[in-house]
Write a protein that binds this ligand. Sequence first.
Ligand SMILES: Cc1ncc(COP(=O)(O)O)c(C=O)c1O
Length: 393
Amino acid sequence: MKPDFDKIIDRKKSKSIKWDPEVLGEIFGEEDLLPLWVADMDFQAPEEVIEAMKEEVSHGVFGYSKRGYQYYQSIIQWYEKRFNWKIKREWLVYTSGVVAAVNYVLQAFLEKEQGVIIQEPVYYPFKKAIKKNGCRVVNNPLKYHEGSYEIDFEDFEKKAREPSTKLFILCSPHNPVGRVWKKEELHRLGEICLANGVLIFADEIHHDLVYQNGAHQIFANLDPRFEDHVITATAPSKTFNLAGLMSAHLIIKNSSLKRRYKHVLEKNHIGHQSPVSMAAVQAAYGQGEPWLEALLAYLQGNIRLIETMVAEKLPKAKFTPPRATYLAWIDLRGYGLSGKALEEKITKKGKVALDGGTWFGSGGEGFVRINFACPRKTLEEALERIIKAIEEE
Ligand SMILES: Cc1ncc(COP(=O)(O)O)c(C=O)c1O
């Protein structure tokens, strides 16, 4: 059955964090907002995934469960087919979420006060995790020029060379700026980390949501030396809209890294997974590919809508279409408002909930992030409201 991404599904009365009025009230100070913030989609998951979960539920007994051969095979085959990366079953480590894994990695490999490189503006839970675990944020800010983001390699190298820097969290593709890193860029980052003994945590959770076929390079698969020096984190959650099922995975080839990581899990008795999520993951990777292709085409239509509306109605805005992710990063600094004033205007006047640029750390002020993984009508309505709030005095 062809997926219907135009279908409006009422999520207000579901358990959705994105839509729940109480949650919106707590975070934005207003309850009646049209939400295009946190990164999940307003689309139903693939039919095959829903059916697989129904079948699992119909069994009716939900005891402790084991990941089976087909579960692992579905993941292994996905990487081979879509990224030409041959992984082994023993490299896969279940995690309830990528952010949880960032925290465990910090606990497994770093001591207090040691430094972690991130590239702001970037997905904000990285910074939070680093701070919560008593480590130090080492920012290697991305350079922004003419709507495009680049890595400042000189600064990166300088910071990687500091003896207290122990970890680099790579966000690839990058949230929120939507860059798909080129092989040469990843190579340069990898060489610097290797030369300075900096471990890499490659968060590649958005790697399926890339708009040019084959453009995404798995960092670990670039060089066998990198494969041995990286913890790759990914999940079907963004790809197939399964974030609430709490199922992600790490891919760790190096057995000593894996042992150290798993020690933290064992100390906390972490690792069991719900049988319903196992069924969903297996069906998503095993049968979800046509759905994903249809999704990517639909999302590209949404990007075109943003491009058109911004060009026509927000003359002082700058928007570079993302190469990946369903997140649009829009530069509204031309309107001369502080980050806070801009975000307030959109919330209070526009009645739209977005991720404010300031949330993403340095370089985010005056930008907003729009989650455009919603029916086109919803997106259009939100854009109209944002435009009105910003353009009209
Ligand atoms: C880059 C990045 N990493 C991780 C996550 C969240 O992953 P999880 O829900 O598995 O913790 C997100 C969600 O938006 C993300 O954008």
